[in-house]
Write a protein that binds this ligand. Sequence first.
Ligand SMILES: [Zn+2]
Length: 557
Amino acid sequence: MWKTSILAAVAIAAAGSACARASGTAADVVITHANVWTGDAVRRNAEAIAIIGERIVDVGGARDIERWRGAGTREIDAGGRRVIPGLNDAHVHFVDGGSQLDYLDLKDAATPEEFAKRIGDRAKTMRAGEWMLGGNWDDQNWTPARMPTKEMIDALTPSTPVFLNRYDGHAALANSLALKLAGVTAKTQDPAGGAVVRDAGGNPTGVLKDAAMGAVNKVIPPPTPERRLQAVKRAMDHAASLGVTSVQDMNPPYEDIAIYADLANQGKLTVRISAAPMETGWQDQAKLGVHRSFGSDWLRLGAVKGYADGSLGSTTAFFFEPYTDAPNTRGLLSDEMQPLDQMRARLTGADKAGLQLCIHAIGDAAISQILDLYSEIVKANGPRDRRLRIEHAQHIAPKDFDRFAALGVIASVQPYQAIDDGRWAERRIGAERVKTTYAFRTLLDKGVRLALGTDWPVAPLNPMLTLYAAVTRATLDGKNPNGWVPEQKISLQQAVAAHTAGSAYAEFQEKDKGTIARGKLADLVILSDDIFSIAPAAIKDVKVLTTIVGGKVVFQR
Ligand SMILES: [Zn+2]
């Protein structure tokens, strides 16, 4: 009944009758005195919004919306502030991100003494045997710079196994208890692609590099359901505080999805989640007949995520030509791609089952191979609205832009990583290849659809940083104030559209999300400043004042 009246209200509103309100129907919420950027081509700007239940029933001038006010209507006065559609992060690792918010962060520990003290303080708050993870430490902060050792922390952590990452993720410090649990001793051989750092006597110092970290990672128990739930709640609160109203969660373990489903059933999700588990398990979804965008407005399945290669930072992104600063390698294809026939068979099967494909590809050769696979799949399974995606799409060979567009492949990109990698990417791949690196402008010019995201926790979840990065391309080291490869800047309108409607399209949700328009889900944010009129450099400091998801306020500053 209640639902019928909303539908009637939306229908009448959509019909555009002079009196847009169905008689007897009042809005649950009206947002007034707003400077609305709708993202909707029909009506770009508006002053007020009316909401019934989870949906927007009207958007317009102050007087249009006044008609929706009833005795029980709640008014949210936006105070003249900028209102935009809720941000949709097209690529996150949600539970990892939430877990990291609870971990120790040692990035700003200025001395080895402070580093050790913080670890000791944290250990006192933990149960015996519970692993201390996180870290994010940076030995380059110390004078003189030197790698930490287990001796610095052993006495402070007698019953706490410790494994703390260097900020770049390529080294980690274990205490003696963690080494013991992992069986790492003076006799342990260095694995291929890794090193056990040793002292003069040949004994492990506690620092393990790259592949050697695997020995400890293997013995860290997976999080309990309580831990996962805790991480999801932390992540949801964080998202709400940043105006992120939808996330697309890449490679969640099924245990995470079970937690989302519980929360969805209890009506406790405050962010909408689309989950894309590993492609290697595609049959799990296919067996159940789950296909693209299956689920509810709060939780969807029906996509799979895979990897074609590694990353630029670790020289494992796969290129046609060798790395400029490491001429002995051109990167690595992922295990999933070897042999290629099996990857092709899995992806073709997944596509045939109606699942959406999202594949991580960073180097130009990896991207090219995925485009090859995608065209073979289209040929094999026939035309369909499948919205194939390439995640990251960082370094694209000039010859591949047209193919990208012709196949309708969505570029799911993370602009913050451009201003982060932009500090050193040219040293790594040379001046020619950086021209088509993070090539957002070229992609748009060629007609490729962008979906914006962060890869959180690899980059911060804050959409204002993502928008700032896309429009300024000002690297984090301050060395490119006018933009690194400035030809690839996009406009703020394009960036906001890509982070809202673009991301919604990438999850088949553009009819329900991504703009502020009649009939759409009432997901929107009120900002502290007008991003469209301030200097682009100031966008990174803009705060979210209010976040509304499905007509409910989920965050208020
Ligand atoms: Zn990722």
